[in-house]
Design a protein around this ligand. Structure first.
Ligand code: NIG
Ligand code: FE
Length: 395
């Protein structure tokens, strides 16, 4: 790819609090080579193409760091049941919830699953998402977990980061959690590794799902096999997830609704990102996580949709940001940071993505709107263009 000069852009500052007009950057092979005032572009760059961004606002594109976008079937019926007072746990214990999606996903032919997933990915792309995390975890056996992860290799559009979430729930073939996790670590993780299907392992730690002792053994084995870890933690109760995430230096602990002051303090001292998922909290009618306390203590906070058919059947980034502002008292710059740089950190991508700096990917959004037009209307992202590695994406 030839060297491209992007000029006449109004560049948003890295803290999302100010902006500078008449800026430019030089991009080679998708990577930012130089960034500065447009009348100071060094002569040595052999510019092949120059793109005038017409004084539009430019800021890093969004990174959606927690989704369950590959699944078949619907849980609309369960939504009605929950609305009538039956709890998520009760539904799960009767074989519904995650296990009902498991049945549909195991049965789905790979090409149908690919079609469904690509359509959902396209919905994220339209909202300015250049990097998207997708978890497996609705198959819960070797053959079909591999099927899910192989599908992710065929997805077009944004960069996909795959996470192995075999430890999402215990499938009916097993009667003991520790036995199932042992199966995952000895029979499944080595295959995932060998086929290079994922570098990340996730687990749902919660009372009645996976509990502390067996989770610790499993996660330690995943780390020993070279996986990074992330944990669904403290969503329904003050369970051991967040504690283990901090102890094992997980990349992120996600949900984290139930946190005490000690844990908040520990987050602030760690590099583990607290990934907050407020649309799941809306659908689950539970409390929102203590975002203000986490941020004020100095912890890293990211935001994501948690898109899945059960607890968060919404792909709407605007709604996530809106709830973060309305219900969690996050400021607009904090929401932008949570959806860009901090989300990159949650995925371990901060050296390449999440901000516009020399050496990083030229992944950016360009718009005539103002920053405060974002995360304000539910269901609507202001009109914008998305560039991934310097190339405009038509979606
Ligand atoms: O992040 N908490 C566990 N996993 C998902 C829900 C998955 C489901 O209900 O299908 C979550 O909320
Ligand atoms: Fe989730």
């Amino acid at each position: 790819m030839p060297m491209i000069l992007f000029k006449n852009l109004k560049l948003v500052d890295s803290d999302f609090k100010g902006q500078q007009p008449k800026m430019a950057f030089v991009v080679n092979n998708g990577i930012i080579q130089w960034i500065g005032s447009q009348n100071k572009v060094p002569k040595e760059y052999k510019i092949k193409k120059s793109v005038d961004l017409k004084n539009k606002l430019v800021f890093p594109s969004f990174i959606e760091c927690h989704t369950h976008s590959v699944f078949a079937g619907s849980r609309a019926e369960e939504f009605e049941l929950r609305n009538q007072g039956i709890s998520y746990l009760e539904i799960a214990q009767k074989g519904g919830g995650i296990l009902s999606t498991m049945r549909a996903t195991r049965q789905a032919p790979a090409n149908e699953l690919l079609r469904l997933t690509q359509e959902r990915v396209d919905n994220f792309l339209k909202q300015g998402v250049s990097t998207l995390e997708i978890k497996s975890g609705y198959a819960l056996d070797l053959k079909n977990e591999v099927k899910m992860l192989e599908i992710l290799k065929k997805i077009k559009g944004p960069q996909i980061i795959s996470t192995f979430l075999g430890a999402h729930a215990r499938p009916p073939e097993f009667s003991d959690n520790a036995d199932y996790l042992q199966y995952l670590s000895t029979q499944v993780l080595p295959v995932i590794k060998k086929k290079n299907l994922s570098k990340r392992v996730d687990i749902f730690i919660e009372n009645k799902f996976f509990e502390k002792p067996e989770s610790l053994v499993y996660l330690q084995s995943a780390i020993d096999q070279g996986f990074e870890i992330t944990i669904h933690a403290n969503q329904l109760s003050l369970s051991a997830g967040a504690e283990l995430a901090l102890e094992l230096a997980a990349k992120s602990a996600d949900h984290v609704i139930h946190l005490d002051d000690f844990l908040i303090h520990q987050f602030a001292k760690s590099n583990t990102v607290a990934v907050l998922l407020p649309t799941a909290d809306l659908y689950m009618k539970c409390a929102y996580p203590p975002a203000r306390k986490l941020i004020d203590a100095g912890a890293l906070v990211a935001l994501a949709t948690d898109y899945n058919p059960g607890s968060s059947p919404s792909q709407d980034l605007s709604l996530v940001g809106l709830l973060a502002r309305l219900e969690m008292k996050m400021t607009l710059p904090e929401v932008f940071k949570a959806y860009t740089y901090n989300a990159a950190r949650a995925l371990g991508l901060e050296n390449r993505e999440g901000s516009l700096e020399v050496g990083k990917n030229a992944n950016f959004i360009c718009t005539n709107a103002e920053l405060n037009d974002f995360f304000y209307s539910a269901g609507r992202m202001p009109e914008h263009s998305l560039f991934i590695r310097g190339r405009e994406i038509k979606s």
